[in-house]
Design a binder for this molecule. Structure first.
Ligand SMILES: *Cc1c(COP(=O)(O)O)cnc(C)c1O
Length: 446
């Protein structure tokens, strides 16, 4: 048998069964993974046999996040067009670093980048890059920010580094995502120097508390709080900013609200910012991994990421993908993004976003009707439900997870323990919502 036929059979088998299997693997199938850990044998193993073993032991031990009832973290499903495009890209095995290495990878970046700027209503002249996820999208954007504010202060950070550089005020909200803090550390900004702005009951930065000055400053705003789904008032924050302030938007999943005529109001004013980070593996429902970064000042982005010492935009018309991101050799991430957008169209994309938002409301309404408190304003796809103290909350979450009808995780929201429901998949049907609601209520009342 050709290995592709063997693979296709296995893949189809997995996809066909996704709705029957428990959303989270049971203890026994996780224990079975020990069987993979043999001593590395001397003789070779046939390709089909390798794949069979992986399917037999591995497929049952996956988290069924491509089905319709996984609501953990913020986890997108996987659109069929995006999944197959990614598989084809793997068959092609293209290196997406340089255009000469893969004309198709480069073409998909250019087209998908242009389409995404239109979807988010961002300036067409923005630079963009495809990275592993929103963490690296934040990194890339904030490296460009570091370059720009220091250049305006007369300092070339790429050649001189940060020692003795003019000080940059780095401002975040109290509810900043941990990935932004990680990135700020990696960029040399220092955890203890970061200025944290108080937030309101939804986790939004209180704009009036943001300090204003003309000294070098970077403000990291958020579109879509990972718990509440709330959006910082980017419009007001941008209107107050000083002469050398860079405003960044972390919109890992929230930026996709821009794709929906109904939800677009949530991202009002984001086009006034200087850089934006988002994930395609969350709400665009492409396979892992894919984050995307956009920077208004393409030259700042190029200067901070370029491998050459002389920072210049090449005069030949080719856009070299690696000059806008941290990596050189890299997978062709824009291929599944192109395929997802081509298959959905703008109407399909907005319909997917709006469907998930309506489903989040259905969760909230059904749980409210049963007497449970919802801790957030359900403006997007995130729901925080309160069951009681930590012990009780953890016990309820554990039994929901163990039943396997759906999977939700826990959190603490402004001092109160809660269960998080994040509806982020094209595959989630209204029946999936009903089944999950029933399971949640059953366990919460036990
Ligand atoms: C998920 C998320 C991130 C991190 O994204 P990764 O893709 O895991 O790197 C950052 N910020 C917010 C608001 C997120 O939701």
């Amino acid at each position: 048998m050709h290995f592709i036929d063997g693979f296709a059979t296995i893949a189809k088998n997995y996809i066909d069964k996704i709705h029957e299997d428990p959303v989270y693997p049971g203890k026994n199938v996780i224990d079975n993974l020990k069987q993979l850990d043999t001593t590395l044998q001397h003789e070779s193993t046939d390709t089909n046999a390798v794949l069979h073993l992986l399917h037999e032991l591995g497929s049952p031990a996956t988290v069924k996040s491509t089905g319709g009832r996984y609501f953990g973290f913020v986890t997108g499903g996987c659109l069929p067009a995006a999944m197959s495009a990614k598989l084809l890209a793997t068959v092609w095995d293209q290196n997406g670093a340089l255009t000469v290495m893969s004309p198709i990878a480069s073409a998909c970046e250019n087209i998908a980048g242009k389409w995404l700027l239109q979807i988010f209503s961002l300036p067409a002249e923005c630079g963009f890059g495809f990275v592993t996820g929103d963490t690296m999208a934040n990194f890339t954007a904030l490296a460009a920010a570091r370059h720009s504010v220091l250049q305006k202060a007369g300092w070339d950070v790429e050649s001189k580094g940060l020692f003795n550089a003019p000080e940059i005020k780095v401002i975040v909200g109290e509810e900043v995502h941990i990935s932004v803090l990680k990135v700020l550390n990696m960029l040399g900004f220092g955890r203890d120097r970061i200025i944290r702005i108080p937030v309101d009951g939804q986790g939004r930065m209180i704009a009036e508390k943001v300090p204003v000055s003309n000294d070098p400053a970077i403000i990291c705003t958020q579109s879509g709080n990972v718990n509440s789904g709330a959006f910082d008032d980017v419009e007001t924050i941008c209107s107050m900013k000083g002469k050398n302030t860079w405003v960044h938007v972390d919109g890992a999943f929230g930026l996709w609200a821009a794709a929906s005529p109904q939800k677009k109001y949530l991202v009002k004013g984001i086009e006034l910012a200087d850089s934006w980070a988002t994930d395609a593996h969350k709400w665009l429902n492409v396979p892992y991994d894919c984050g995307i970064v956009f920077v208004r000042d393409k030259e700042a982005m190029f200067s901070s990421m370029s491998a050459t010492t002389a920072a210049y935009i090449p005069t030949n018309a080719l856009r070299e993908p690696f000059q806008y991101v941290p990596e050189m050799s890299r997978q062709a991430r824009a291929i599944p993004v192109w395929a997802a957008l081509k298959s959905l169209g703008t109407s399909g994309l907005s319909a997917m976003i709006e469907k998930n938002c309506i489903q989040a409301k259905q969760f909230a309404d059904a749980l409210t009707a049963e007497g449970f408190a919802i801790l957030n304003d359900v403006v997007l796809n995130q729901v925080l439900v309160h069951f009681g103290d930590v012990e009780k909350t953890n016990a309820i979450i554990k039994s929901i997870q163990e039943e396997g009808v759906c999977w939700c995780g826990g959190t603490v929201w402004q001092g109160k323990p809660a269960m998080r429901i994040s509806v982020s998949s094209w595959a989630t049907t209204n029946e999936d919502v009903q089944l999950s609601v029933r399971s949640i209520i059953k366990h919460a009342k036990m």
